[in-house]
Design a protein around this ligand. Structure first.
Ligand code: 6R9
Length: 648
């Protein structure tokens, strides 16, 4: 294995390291020796109504059951708010930075308590109860955080839906989750482009019709634009909520009661929501964020992720608030209205920990060093990334130019299913290797499986698995436990399979090699190619299609679609039409980079589409198309080359 640059921890002498390397080692050993004892100790990071005495119960075998801290009870909103009221009630908990169309605000822990309680009362008044699902579809505004915590206070299960989902996608998720209420906004802006949240929600509710149980819709007015409101169903958020009492007795939840579910993409078309349990999730959020993004007094953590992703749940809301920190949200873009916008905000709000996605790092890098160098950035002390692989090149740019070589860069690997950081450095303690997500946090036991399905020791490459449960592990897929077992536990007995491939080097550092299934990652957004294929396949004008991911300089990956149109349908189905269809059926984030109409697709003799070949052709990879002998019809290759490259 190649040797990579190693940046020693001593390069950051001013970094307030959490512990010594010896203490970290001792922690690893303790977790290994006595996992339950270790996790029960970590469970003290959060506030419990009654403290658990049990660690893990369950098994990865057979029907897979996962349970943590089963005899403990708690309320997640208490962990994030009430427990801080005495010590730091006046400290800013949440900074909400709004671009042109809104009002920026700073909420102290006391303010947050008041807002969350009012909403909990309002939702209760509307009939929302413990165990009900509430869908939240909001841009990055304070109400998004307040809504999640208000659901938690009632014991309702929040389902945050991405504003970039199409009305179709929202409808499907409202029905699947059985949501009874929705919290959305009139509008939002991405740069200068309006995004019609309410309109899209109305359309989704119309499409879902009687299959949806939604009886109430709260609409946050993020700007002056009026939107149609349905009397008896729709309420102006503030007009309605602000009249309710500013106190609400939190529901006492069992550790295994679900806190939230979150939709993510897998290798089949149907959307799946993974379910996270209150106790284990909260411990995991506090632990993982406490180990990597440790709050010191005065720190401001800005994680730029949208709340609709797991990063937005754990690194924006639950982790920092459970740890008593100050978290910042913003509806800004890195390069709008001018390049360097995020650097302006870092200086203005004195952000000390910046956590973003590699795609944003690449976008900033493309603007050039001069843009960065016009800013002070002296408040920064830690930089982080997650969501997709970051090249050593982009890592070093982030480290050298943004961080001025003063700030460690924490590349953290995790998933919706893991709920929090699994691989990542303890900054200032561990040496860093640009491009590597370093090592598992103490208490996590990874396994790399070789092609024969054997667990490899030492330096190895293969399928990345996790050998033992961790508190933040997803418990099931909503409504489909069989799919949960099949997706994550059928690769090797007793192991959780992540879907990713990885290399482990001689020093025990992990290097993610990418997804091993048909999931692609567009600017940090997970998209199953089967989602696209199923959606388009349902259109009668398309016989069959194949979607593949290709490399993209900024987004990491981009989507390319090959579609076979029906011969007898001449009515206006062109490439642009298919592209629009993908956006309409799935969402803006899935907009294809290219669409090719083709008379056929490459197949094996057994009829399987050879995606590997499509990927190569779509990437313009002219050199080696690999072994084509398995193709049922060789003449397909020159045809595809001509379609894509316009040459024979
Ligand atoms: C947190 C999040 C999970 C998938 C994951 C992997 C990719 C995440 C990464 C990374 C390389 C990293 N991924 N972090 N790849 N290096 N540091 O992104 O969750 O949206 O569920 O995506 O993202 O492929 O399996 P999620």
């Amino acid at each position: 294995m190649t040797d990579h640059t190693l940046i020693p921890a001593r390069n950051y002498p001013d970094y307030p390291a959490l512990m010594t390397p010896e203490q970290l080692q001792a922690m690893r050993e303790q977790a290994q020796r006595d996992p339950d004892g270790f996790w029960l100790q970590q469970a003290r990071r959060i506030h419990w109504c009654s403290r658990p005495t049990q660690g893990f119960t369950g098994s990865f075998e057979n029907d897979v059951s996962i349970s943590w801290f089963a005899d403990g009870t708690l309320n997640a909103s208490v962990c994030c708010i009430d427990r801080h009221l005495t010590d730091r009630g006046d400290q800013v908990a949440l900074i909400s930075q709004r671009e042109a169309h809104g009002r920026s605000e700073k909420l102290t822990y006391t303010d947050l308590h008041e807002r969350v309680c009012r909403l909990a009362n309002a939702l209760t008044h509307l009939g929302v109860e413990k165990g009900h699902r509430v869908a939240i579809c909001l841009p990055m505004v304070a109400e998004a955080v307040v809504s999640m915590l208000a659901c938690a206070r009632i014991g309702a299960v929040h389902v945050v839906l991405f504003g970039g989902f199409s009305a179709e996608g929202i409808a499907e998720r409202l029905v699947d989750s059985g949501a009874v209420a929705v919290i959305t906004a009139n509008m939002a802006w991405r740069g200068n482009k309006p995004v019609a949240y309410k309109q899209s929600m109305d359309e989704a509710l119309r499409k879902a019709g009687g299959n949806s149980g939604v009886h109430s819709v709260l609409v946050v007015r993020t700007s002056e634009e009026a939107v149609p409101m349905l009397p008896g169903r729709d309420y102006d958020f503030h007009d309605f909520v602000d009249n309710f009492e500013a106190d609400f007795v939190p529901a006492v939840m069992r550790a295994e009661d679900p806190l939230f579910m979150l939709y993510t993409s897998g290798s089949t078309g149907k959307p799946k929501a993974v379910v996270h349990a209150t106790g284990g999730y909260m411990v995991w959020a506090a632990y993982t964020m406490g180990m990597v993004y440790t709050h010191q007094p005065g720190d401001v953590l800005w994680c730029t992720a949208d709340v609709a992703w797991i990063t937005g749940h754990t690194s924006v809301v639950y982790g920092p608030l459970a740890n008593g920190g100050t978290t910042m949200i913003s509806d800004s873009l890195p390069t709008y209205p001018q390049p360097g916008r995020w650097f302006d905000l870092i200086d203005e709000y004195r952000v000390s920990m910046l956590f973003t996605a590699p795609t944003a790092v690449r976008a900033m890098m493309a603007e050039g060093d001069a843009v960065v160098n016009r800013h002070n950035l002296g408040s920064l002390r830690l930089l982080g990334v997650a969501g997709e692989p970051i090249s050593p090149d982009a890592w070093l740019w982030y480290h050298d130019v943004v961080g001025k070589k003063r700030c460690p860069v924490a590349d953290t690997w995790w998933q919706t299913e893991t709920a929090g950081i699994v691989l990542g450095p303890i900054p200032g303690v561990q040496s860093l290797k640009p491009g590597s997500a370093t090592m598992p946090l103490p208490g996590v036991e990874m396994a790399i499986l070789d092609q024969r399905g054997r667990v490899e020791q030492g330096a190895a490459e293969g399928a990345l698995c996790i050998a033992r449960s961790w508190p933040g592990q997803a418990r099931t897929i909503w409504g489909d436990h069989a799919r949960f077992c099949q997706t994550y536990f059928s690769m090797a007995p007793g192991l959780y399979f992540t879907g990713d491939g990885a290399k482990r080097d001689e020093d025990g550092y992990y290097w993610i090699t990418g997804r091993m299934d048909d999931v692609i990652n567009i600017a940090g957004h997970r998209l199953g190619t089967a989602e696209v294929e199923d959606a388009l396949g349902a259109d009668h004008r398309i016989v069959e299609c194949a979607a593949v991911g290709v490399e993209h300089p900024v987004k990491g990956q981009a989507l390319v679609v090959f579609a076979i149109p029906r011969k007898d349908v001449t009515a206006g189905l062109d490439e642009a039409g298919i592209s629009r269809l993908v956006v309409q059926l799935i969402g803006r984030y899935a907009a294809p980079e290219a669409v090719y109409l083709v008379p056929d697709l490459p197949r094996t003799r057994s009829g399987k589409i050879v995606r590997r070949l499509l990927r190569k052709i779509a990437s313009g990879d002219t050199n080696e198309l690999g072994d084509l002998s398995a193709l049922s019809d060789q003449s397909i290759v020159p045809m595809l080359r001509e379609r894509v490259w316009g040459q024979m």
